[in-house]
Design a binder for this molecule. Structure first.
Ligand SMILES: C[S@@+](CC[C@H](N)C(=O)[O-])C[C@H]1O[C@@H](n2cnc3c(N)ncnc32)[C@H](O)[C@@H]1O
Length: 529
């Protein structure tokens, strides 16, 4: 059920659930103020907790709700079939082409391979002769059919992407430029028909399916060409084409696919049907959606999922949350709202760029590291406010260099949290490897802290000499008969040093371990002196 819609940095559900089980009890309230696709919320409900999910991205909120709500599968399938009977033929009419095998003029171009403005290859599906894939070279009529469709689109999003070279969003590029005119026409027809569905719940699943299939129906699907005996070659001596997928960002590869819109929708629908089946099975029927926190507090089971900003959690009462598990945006890694613009624009969702916590290279936004840190600080302050005294908050972070570690820990301490433990999300020593480019750790880390009264707030700085670090590691390793994993050493050294106000540098810890210990079977043992 977590594969219904693409989202970035989805956390493995089985690992998230371990934290929820460890730090909260049944019926307690778990909050994720950066809930993304909703893994924390769904896992909390599965484990009989109540849950509050907040995210600034409307697509994230829709995905989260899709992982929670039951649906009548029979009615869903029935609506899909009536949608098919309403639109499939009309959609097909724009992909009509001659079958190279039997000459049938009403065969269908299921896949069209473009090379810049030209079509290189068409995969033909023919009901008359029964061939499901015959590769042919296009005629001029085929090109015109795609570029000047007989039925123009009634509506499509014409708004501009936010220029950002990191995600290939070029100046002047609009959402509609990601699709061929034929795809735009068929997508607008499909969306129009979905909007006419009377049952609101079923309509929302179909809209979700529409959103989820958009990347595969765009010009961003690259062509994989593998050469080899079993693959054969096309007429130009190139390997046979295989369908790739959407890579991150708005890159239109010179050689790309245009896939039949209904085929994309149908394939995605199968996946969503499977996902919704799993949701029906995993989520208790009693898990109600509440629209206010008061109602959620009075209930025994249920959730509140709302679009909003983590910097203003005013819909949640102070001292009311039992546990927080969250995974905030990590610096400039993924500009969520910019990347979701395609989905949010097609579905007409409103989004709040101003309050997004992100570092963005986009020149049209003022989203620098300072803005990111300030907003994250406010969000941590809000998390502290809503958490019960002595309650735990686990915050997932990735690939931090020394300075970012220090700033993150100081932000948490300044908000009034006490650091309890630092664990790698994977629970595996082998995955704790050093990212040598940044002198940082590649692994996702979870910092678990506890709410304490704010008068105990403290700040930390780097300190300690190499000699002191050496002694600390030696002491720790000699106290462990079977050695220790990298994260255990880090956790011990960092967490125990925080109360002194001075901490070790992560990069230095790793370098020193390598000098004085040997690594075997995932564990460090002191070298004999
Ligand atoms: C690392 S992702 C979370 C992914 C999530 N753990 C999952 O498994 O899908 C961070 C999320 O923070 C959201 N976000 C960014 N700024 C926000 C803000 N001010 N308030 C709430 N959410 C925000 C982004 O939209 C994104 O979904």
């Amino acid at each position: 059920m977590y594969a219904m819609h693409k989202y970035w940095s989805k956390k493995p559900y089985n690992l998230v659930s371990r934290y929820i089980e460890k730090y909260s009890k049944p019926n307690e309230i778990v909050l994720d103020p950066f809930c993304g696709s909703g893994v924390t919320i769904t896992e909390s409900i599965r484990l009989n907790r109540r849950a509050v999910g907040i995210d600034i991205n409307p697509t994230a909120i829709v995905s989260t709700k899709m992982g929670l709500t039951h649906i009548d599968l029979k009615a869903l399938k029935k609506t899909f079939e009536s949608l098919r009977s309403e639109v499939e033929q009309e959609i097909n009419s724009l992909y009509q082409t001659n079958c190279p095998k039997c000459g049938n003029p009403q065969a269908i171009a299921s896949h069209t391979i473009w090379n810049g403005e030209q079509i290189d290859e068409i995969w033909v599906e023919c009901k008359a002769c029964g061939n499901s894939k015959t590769v042919k070279k296009p005629s001029e009529t085929d090109r015109v059919a795609a570029l000047e469709p007989a039925r123009p689109a009634s509506w499509y999003p014409t708004n501009y992407l936010l220029e950002n070279y990191r995600i290939n969003a070029k100046a002047g590029m609009r959402v509609c430029d990601l699709f061929t005119p034929r795809a735009l026409s068929n997508l607008s027809l499909l969306l129009e028909k979905i909007r006419q569905i009377k049952d609101e719940q079923i309509k929302s699943v179909m809209e979700f399916c529409f959103s989820a299939m958009l990347p595969q129906s765009s010009n961003m699907v690259f062509v994989i060409r593998r050469r080899g005996k079993s693959n054969g070659t096309n007429g130009n001596g190139e390997g046979k084409a295989e369908v790739g997928s959407w890579v991150i960002g708005y890159w239109i590869p010179p050689e790309h696919f245009e896939i039949h819109v209904w085929r994309c929708f149908e394939n995605r629908f199968k996946r969503i049907l499977k996902g919704k089946q799993e949701v029906n099975y995993a989520i208790p029927v009693s898990a109600t959606e509440f629209l206010s926190f008061d109602e959620l507090e009075k209930s025994q089971v249920g959730y509140l999922v709302s679009k909003g900003t983590a910097t203003d959690l005013s819909l949640v009462h102070s001292n009311s949350i039992d546990y927080i598990f969250t995974d905030p945006p990590h610096g400039n890694r993924i500009p969520y709202l910019e990347l979701s613009l395609m989905w949010n624009s097609w579905l007409n969702y409103e989004f709040d760029l101003e309050n997004e916590i992100i570092v963005s290279e986009s020149k049209v936004r003022q989203k620098n590291a300072k803005d990111y840190e300030q907003r994250l600080k406010i969000a941590f302050g809000e998390m502290w406010r809503v958490l019960k005294l002595d309650g735990y908050a686990s915050i997932a972070f990735n690939s931090l260099d020394d300075e970012t570690w220090l700033s993150l820990l100081n932000t948490l301490l300044a908000a009034g949290f006490k650091i309890k433990e630092i664990t790698p999300l994977e629970y595996s020593a082998r995955s704790v490897v050093q990212d040598t480019r940044k002198n940082a750790l590649k692994t996702d880390f979870v910092i678990t802290c506890r709410k304490q009264m704010q008068e105990f707030r403290q700040q930390i700085a780097f300190g300690y000499s190499e000699k002191e670090l050496l002694i600390a590691i030696k002491d720790f390793l000699s106290s462990r008969k079977n050695g220790a994993e990298t994260y255990e050493i880090m956790n011990c050294l960092l967490v125990s040093s925080i109360p002194t106000g001075t901490v070790f540098r992560v990069s230095q810890i790793i370098e020193t371990i390598k000098d004085i210990a040997t690594y075997n079977d995932g564990r460090w043992q002191l070298k004999p002196s």
